[in-house]
Design a protein around this ligand. Structure first.
Ligand code: SF4
Length: 586
């Protein structure tokens, strides 16, 4: 039988599956393999879908299943899209009534299907959408819009809003993802706009593919210059090449350029950028302020009275605007941070030597079902609780001996650094998350590492609320006058750009005058077990008179010991646990 849902139009053999692996052919009937089963169900802000002009700041129940109909290199959701059979046991059965009841109980305005492609769970999504709308909930989804025309028209009957992800504007680009042509995507985009469904566009920006973004913007603008246009600065996850990642500065330049075509252009995956804010197209004033909130995600931090500019113009927002809608924005649960958390668990398991997909899936299932994932943010702030968390995963996976070995290795080096820095002068250190004015929270893991490495982390002295992604005033940094600035160095600010932003923002501190601005790259300072290398790198930076760790030798030893390979080019990938990345390192 031929599947009518997406443009892959797979011929599904009897008892076989199509390309997405999510439908089977049972005596000529198309059957969903995992009906009414979800991987994640969590209330979240709509900006984590992301939608920016639709009920801004509103709380929606975010749901996803598994699987996809495209094969994009660097997929941010690779944990749940690439290997359906590996992750399927982590799915949780929930009928449409259960999901709707959850949305109502959590005070959600509606339900948004995101993280993976609704085409691969089309019948489940339709059932859910019908039930939700009967109960007065709004329904939407993020989609690559590779649906057939007939099915897309049907989808539009069931939704109120949609974010259409566009990967490029040429058939060649789509061929690399396994699709025949880009034409259906623009056809469906046009249909969506004509249908009255609130539509936003997310365009992927890969370095060197600027022309594809420009052309996409031109084609979107020809439909309406008021369509919110989200530029997704490419993050090289999964098997993607790091050189595909544009810098934030390059992405901002591109946004400025296409701003001449479209009135609302936004930039994602770029901490500290002003291009997440909504500016009034009439007078240029900021109407809505947003902050970076993890991959593909933003957060409303402020807005003018219901989105109306001082000049009286109101950009075409749909619904009222909210701020602090009641959903916790800190933490690792909600939005794509949920997916990043699942990847981080898989990464820890990889360091423990666990490669068996069914074991990995059962650990993820446990972490999701027991709610352990909700406490992850707090658990990974300190070394002792981080090690306990690793022990927990190890117990679930039967990798206790490996966790013990990792603990011993980690504690040995931590003790060594603590011992040598005991009683020494502690230079003041400011730690930024990529952008110089985004300060890492003072209670985070990175700040603990600074103090173990013999520094005094001034981030602890910064008074701020819990809003993530907010830039702090440059005067605050000037007042703290750190001797050293550290940056995670992995979020789109090359060293030169970082230094320029420091200087251009009016930062005047000892670290700049002393030339002591340092990137942690390529070492991690949180999350993955190789943060221990980050600590040693940090000790070299903060106390060069005490430490001269040979990072190359130590890195090779560490990765050989715990991943079974030295740090090759694959090891520098952000998705170190990806099966093909692991394979490449051998
Ligand atoms: S949804 Fe698309 S990929 Fe999946 S079976 Fe149908 S045509 Fe194939």
């Amino acid at each position: 039988m031929q599947c009518p849902i997406c443009e892959n139009t797979c011929l599904i053999p009897e008892n076989g599956t199509g390309r997405c692996g999510m439908y089977t052919n049972n005596a000529g009937a198309q059957i969903e393999k995992y009906p009414d089963q979800y991987l994640v169900v969590v209330p979240s802000e709509i900006e984590s879908m992301p939608m920016l002009h639709y009920h801004p700041g509103g709380t929606f129940l975010q749901v996803c299943t598994i699987g996809c109909n495209l094969k994009c290199g660097g997929c941010v959701s690779w944990v749940l899209t690439e290997s359906v059979d590996s992750i399927r046991s982590a799915l949780h059965p929930m009928g449409p009534d259960d999901v709707v009841a959850r949305a109502l109980a959590d005070g959600c305005r509606g339900i948004m299907f995101c993280f993976n492609e609704p085409a691969v769970s089309f019948f489940t999504f339709k059932r859910l959408a019908s039930r939700a709308r009967e109960q007065g909930l709004l329904v939407g989804c993020a989609s690559n819009a590779c649906f057939t025309e007939q099915t897309f028209r049907e989808l539009l009957q069931h939704i109120d809003f949609i974010n259409i992800g566009i990967k490029g504007c040429t058939d060649e680009t789509y061929a690399r993802l396994g699709a025949a042509s880009v034409a259906p995507v623009f056809r469906n985009l046009k249909l969506s706009i004509e249908s009255g469904v609130a539509t936003e566009v997310a365009a992927v920006y890969v370095r060197g593919k600027e022309d594809e973004v420009r052309e996409t913007a031109r084609r979107v603008a020809s439909l309406s210059p008021d369509i919110p246009f989200q530029v997704m600065r490419f993050i090289p996850l999964a098997t993607a090449d790091r050189t595909d990642e544009p810098s934030v500065r390059e992405a901002e330049n591109l946004c400025r350029e296409i701003g001449s075509l479209l009135r609302y252009v936004y930039l994602f995956n770029s901490p500290g950028t002003m291009h997440l804010n909504t500016r009034c197209p009439e007078c240029g004033e900021i109407v809505v302020t947003r902050g970076f909130n993890g991959p593909m995600c933003s957060h409303v931090t402020d807005h003018r009275d219901n989105g109306t500019c001082v000049c009286g113009y109101r950009p075409p927002f749909i619904g009222t605007l909210e701020k602090d809608g009641g959903v916790p924005v800190l933490g690792y649960f909600g939005g794509y941070k949920t997916i990043s958390s699942l990847e981080s668990i898989q990464t820890v398991l990889a360091f423990l030597g666990e490669r068996n997909p069914s074991v990995i899936a059962s650990v993820l299932q446990n972490i999701l079902e027991t709610g352990f994932i909700k406490g992850l943010y707090e658990r990974t702030k300190r070394i002792d609780s981080w090690l306990d968390t690793v022990d927990h995963y190890a117990e679930l996976a039967g990798r206790i001996a490996e966790a013990k070995r990792l603990r011993e290795y980690t504690e040995r080096y931590v003790s060594l650094v603590i011992e040598r820095t005991s009683g020494v002068d502690r230079p003041s250190v400011y730690f930024s998350l990529g952008h110089p004015l985004i300060a890492i929270f003072g209670d985070k893991f990175e700040c603990n590492l600074v103090e173990i490495a013999g520094g005094q982390c001034v981030n602890r002295e910064i008074e701020r609320d819990d809003t993530p992604g907010m830039t702090i005033a440059v005067e605050t940094v000037n007042r703290l006058d750190p001797e050293i600035i550290l940056t995670t160095g992995a979020l789109g600010y090359p060293q030169k750009d970082f230094h320029d932003v420091c200087v251009n923002s009016g930062m005047d501190v000892r670290a700049i005058r002393l030339g002591r601005i340092h990137s942690m790259s390529p070492y991690r300072s949180s999350g993955r077990p190789d943060w221990i290398l980050g600590l040693l790198h940090m000790a070299n930076i903060i106390h060069p008179e005490l430490f001269s760790f040979d990072m190359k030798t130590l890195s090779d030893e560490f990765y050989r010991e715990f991943l079974g390979a030295t740090l090759g080019s694959g090891g520098r990938s952000r998705s170190i646990a990806h099966p093909r990345v692991l394979e490449r390192q051998r």
